[in-house]
Every structure is written in C-alpha cells, then in structure tokens.
Design a protein around this ligand. Structure first.
Ligand SMILES: Cc1cc2nc3c(=O)[nH]c(=O)nc-3n(C[C@H](O)[C@H](O)[C@H](O)COP(=O)(O)OP(=O)(O)OC[C@H]3O[C@@H](n4cnc5c(N)ncnc54)[C@H](O)[C@@H]3O)c2cc1C
Length: 552
C-alpha cells in the first residue's frame, strides 16, 4: 500500500534521461497537471558533460554513470563488456556520442506489422520532427525546425583523411548521401549531431531545464526508485532512496507512473516491484503481483568490431591533435567558438551499406574516425598517428535478458545481450569487418596509411575474424527491447501500442526498452520520438493537421 501522507502529483516519471526529459517538458506544458521526475543521478553540473569531447571523462566516471557490465559469454571470449549508461539529468544523452540518426522507414513499418497500430514510419515522422530543431540543410524536407526541439547540426571540423575515406568509398561505388535522415540512408557522409555552438545539447538541456521554470514540474535528483507502489493492479506511486540503506521516501501518482529509466533499469524496476517472470521473481524473493514473462527478455544491442590502421609517419591525426601544444590550440579554438576537435562526435563519418551487394537496403552501419585508441585501454589515444573504422549489423536477431540479481536496486542486474549468438548475425558481422577493411584500403587511403595494426593482416579467414570479433568487439550502448511493445496476444510483449503495461492500470513505459526490434540506427532520435508519442497518448492528443501535412 502507498503511504497516504506522501506528496502527490498527477504524473510521476522515473528517470530524467532522453525520454524522461521530453516527457517532463511535454506533460508540464499543461499548467493544470502536476509532474514529478525522480532521477537516480545528480544534477548535470559536471562540466565534462557539456564539452562534446568530455565523453572520454564521463564514460568512466561512476558519479554520472551506471557502470554496468555484461555477463561474460563464449561469444565475447569470456569478457564482461562494459554497457555503461548515463546517470544524471539527461541520462545517457548527457554522456552519449551525440549522433542524430533515425534509421530506415522499414524499421518502424516492421513495428506496425507486428500489430502495433500507429507505429509505422509515416505515423512516427511528425514526432521525430517535433523533437528536432534542424539547423542546416534539409534537401528532402524531412526534418523538424521546432525551436523547442533538440538542435541537429552538421559537422564543422573536417580532417583530410576523413575526406580521403569518403572519396575512397565513392570510388568504390558507395554514393555520397546528402542526408541520411531523409528516409534513404544508403551511402557515405558526415554525421549530424546534437551539438550547438560547440556545446553538447542533451535532452536535459533542450527539454528539462527550460521546463524546470514551470511551477507544476518538480525534479528530484539523487532519488533512486526502488519500488513501484500498487493498489491492486493500479500503480499509485513510487518508493525511492537517496542512497543504499537510506530511509525510503514515497511520492504518489494520482493519474500515472511513467517508467523512463532506460532499458536495463526499467526492466529491473518492474521485476523488483513484482511484475515479471514468476520464476525470476521467486528466485529474488519478490512476491508476484502480475506475471509478465517478457519483462527483461528480448534484450538487444548493436555489437561492433573495429579495425585500426597506422598512418604514415608525420601524419597529424586526432592522436597528435589531442596532445601538447596542438591540444592547447584546439582548446583556444573551442573557447573562441571556432571549429575544434573538442566539439566533434566520437565517430565522424558514417557508411550505411550492405554485407552482400544483392541486398536492397543496407544491413550495416560503419563508422570512421581520424584517430585511434590504444589496444586494451579505455579511451587512451595511440602514441602513433592512426585511424579507426568500425562496423555493426543493423538488426541483430541475437537477444538475451536483463534480470534483477536481488530485490535491491543497488545491486547491478544480470545483463546478457547474447552478442553473436545467432548464426546469421555472425555472417553479417563478418561481412561488416570485411567491408571496412576494404574501405580502409582504397587507393585514396593508401596515400595516408601505412599498415593495419588491429587485428593485423595475418587475421584473414572467417574463423580468425570471428575470433577477433569475440575477443575485441564492443557495445555501441544501444540497449533496447526489455519491455517490448506488442499486442496482449503476444506472450513476450510487456506494453501495448499506447505504451501501457499489459494487465496493469496507471503504469506506462516510455523509453528505449519498448522497442520491439532493433532499428537501423543509433537509438537516441527514436527514443525522443517515442517520448513525444507517449506524451500525446497521455494527453489524449494526436499530431496536429499541420504536423501531419508537413511530414507528408
Ligand atoms: C556512451 C553512450 C553513447 C551513445 N551514443 C549514442 C549516439 O551517438 N547516438 C544515439 O542515437 N544514441 C547513442 N546512445 C544511446 C542513447 O543515448 C540512448 O538510446 C538513449 O539515451 C536512451 O534513452 P532512455 O530514456 O531510454 O534512457 P537514458 O537516457 O539512459 O535515461 C534513463 C535515466 O533514468 C535514470 N534511472 C535509471 N534507473 C532509475 C531509478 N531506479 N530511479 C530513478 N532514475 C533512474 C538514469 O539515471 C537515467 O538518467 C549512446 C548511449 C551511451 C550510453
């Protein structure tokens, strides 16, 4: 039972991440509704959050991140892969790679085909546009220019080796794409980013902070939700803690509790609250309130392999620019609002292409950066000049789970994406490694590069490359799927197409966990779209006629 002396709001949102910030803004637009946001992490005052290159610092800082790791498997050569997530206002959007990427229309059309009414690409496009403030060209008229959205800008800092890489791709038959977010992503070019005037614009900066001036919105930081409170099957509030062992506090929700805690934490919170697979709940000593077998299942991520090449002696790549007097020069440029390596994204160039030429749409995302990290080190640049290219499969079928290890939300859950467990995923992954190797060895790149250092030219056969992928592959931090959207007739579905939890009342999920299948993209843009949709569902609204017309 909820504590009736607790304070009450119309809506309680758990998590101020990419989705939670959008929701907090949109729900508090209605001055008659009161909204409380609980965020487990601190305010986003750490200065490294706001400098785009600061992700090198924040990603390993447990004060602003959940330092989750996957359960070791044979497919990761017994390694635990760090699947870090953001834990501060903005959530992962405060520590992410800032790439804005929507994916292919077919991703969403596939969601609709699975029985999710109103989730096709044409239905969702107005919501991508609503959450976006495109600053730059829009040849196909597919972008949003909403001043209340996330600014999406073009790269403004270019390296000659990146240009050579793009040139090499074009001459190898991959077209330069003027806008990969137009609905046709195939091709090569520079990423669009959530960076404006040299600064990261997280979801907190774009959506939450402006809304925090409203009297009907309250944001509580260092407030870790430890249990959803129910009366029967209706969610009526949330219990939260400031620290392990601290006294529990409660907040009541008159209308709804909305879970936006991210893929790992949303599933875990449902489980420790008694909603999930009965055998799992029994094993952690949590009474079963409502058995939903899909909670924590269907967990997916993109798994990437990266090839590193040493550049010719005397080359100046990011490895040199990030040191000594050259770094001082870059800092000075950044401080005077000129293009600088401090305001770039971790991957500069994209290639959306095919593992086999016969495919009619790309099944791979490849990335290129004119810099390289030392093998086995976390974000330590190589001492020699180098470049890196990575590849991952768009829509992996390999999937695993997130399972609470105990009823205590201060114990990390068991996180197992089962990378590369599907035979077709392994085949496509190998196609990706071979493609980036080919693109790193075009005549245009040979002018700049000397030799492959990772994995090295002696690694050639499928078995050798797969062994390399298992030993060195990594997450792209695109965790999805643990509260899958699908009709109630689907036993693995957790929420319906209005994002309400099946079999419960007053409980909705709006974050990356609802994605039923992986999209052909980084996940941030789609999470913001999901949150925009959730806000309309809650407010009983539709996209306006003007929004529908301009997206048509
Ligand atoms: C390092 C990294 C790089 C990435 N790079 C990119 C990129 O370049 N482009 C892209 O498109 N995507 C990228 N992503 C993915 C993208 O950021 C995520 O898909 C997106 O942020 C997910 O949004 P979310 O709202 O589901 O969760 P999050 O943004 O992770 O937010 C969840 C929030 O809930 C809070 N929370 C969790 N549990 C509780 C609890 N019990 N109580 C209270 N609060 C809680 C968390 O602290 C967090 O603030 C990256 C992610 C990471 C981590």
């Amino acid at each position: 039972m909820a504590d009736s002396s607790a304070d009450s709001f119309d809506y309680v949102i758990v998590g101020a991440g990419a989705a939670g910030c959008v929701l907090a803004n949109r729900l508090s637009e209605d001055g008659s509704a009161t909204v409380c946001v609980l965020e487990a992490g601190p305010p986003d005052s750490n200065p490294w959050i706001h400098v785009p290159a600061g992700f090198i610092k924040t990603l390993v800082d447990p004060r602003v991140t959940w330092q989750f790791r996957t359960t070791p498997t044979a497919n990761t050569a017994g390694r635990a892969v760090p699947t870090t997530q953001g834990r501060t206002l903005g959530g992962s959007s405060s520590v992410n790679g800032m790439v804005y990427n929507r994916g292919q229309p077919a991703d969403l059309d596939n969601w609709a085909q699975r029985g999710n009414r109103g989730w096709g690409y044409a239905d969702c496009l107005p919501y991508y546009r609503r959450s976006e403030n495109r600053i730059g060209h829009d040849p196909a008229g597919r972008h949003g220019r909403n001043p209340g959205g996330i600014p999406v800008t073009d790269m403004d800092w270019f390296h000659p080796v990146s240009e050579a890489f793009i040139e090499g791709c074009v001459n190898a038959g991959i077209p330069r794409n003027p806008d990969y977010n137009s609905g046709d992503q195939a091709g090569v070019g520079y990423f669009q980013r959530a960076i404006h005037r040299g600064v990261r614009v997280s979801a907190a900066r774009a959506f939450l902070h402006p809304a925090m001036r409203r009297p009907n919105l309250e944001v509580r930081t260092n407030a870790r939700a430890s249990r959803i409170l129910f009366e029967g099957r209706r969610a009526v509030g949330v219990q939260y803690l400031a620290a392990r062992g601290a006294p529990a506090q409660t907040v009541r929700a008159r209308r709804e509790v909305i879970l936006s805690a991210g893929t790992a934490n949303t599933a875990r919170l449902l489980q420790v609250s008694g909603v999930g697979p009965a055998d799992l709940l029994d094993s952690i000593g949590v009474p079963v309130l409502h058995e939903l077998r899909g909670v924590g299942a269907n967990f997916r991520d993109h798994y990437a392999s990266r090839i590193v090449m040493r550049a010719k002696p005397g080359s100046v790549t990011l490895n040199q620019l990030a040191r000594g007097h050259r770094l001082a020069g870059q800092v000075a440029r950044w401080a005077t609002n000129r293009p600088s390596i401090l305001a770039t994204v971790p991957s500069h160039v994209y290639v959306f292409w095919k593992s086999f030429e016969g495919l009619d749409a790309p099944d791979l995302q490849c990335v290129f950066t004119p810099g390289s990290y030392a093998e086995g080190k976390v974000y330590v640049l190589d001492s020699y000049p180098g470049v890196t290219a990575g590849a991952w499969q768009h829509r992996p079928e390999s999937h695993g789970w997130v399972r609470a290890r105990s009823a205590d939300v201060f114990d990390d859950p068991d996180i197992n994406p089962n990378y590369l467990s599907d035979a077709n995923d392994r085949r496509v992954h190998l196609g990706g490694i071979r493609l980036i190797r080919r693109l790193l060895n075009t005549p245009e790149m040979q002018q700049h590069l000397e030799a492959e250092t990772i994995p090295g030219r002696d690694v050639q056969t499928d078995d050798e490359l797969l062994d390399f992928a298992r030993r060195t592959g990594n997450t792209t931090y695109h965790l999805i799927g643990t509260a899958k959207m699908g009709p109630a007739t689907d036993p693995s579905a957790v929420v319906g197409d209005r994002l309400l939890v099946h079999g419960m009342a007053g409980l909705r999920v709006a974050d990356a966990s609802i994605m039923p299948s992986m999209i052909s993209a980084n996940t941030y843009a789609t999470v913001m779209m999901i949150a925009e949709r959730a806000a309309d569902f809650i407010r009983g609204r539709e996209a306006s006629a003007a929004e529908l017309e301009s997206a048509a």
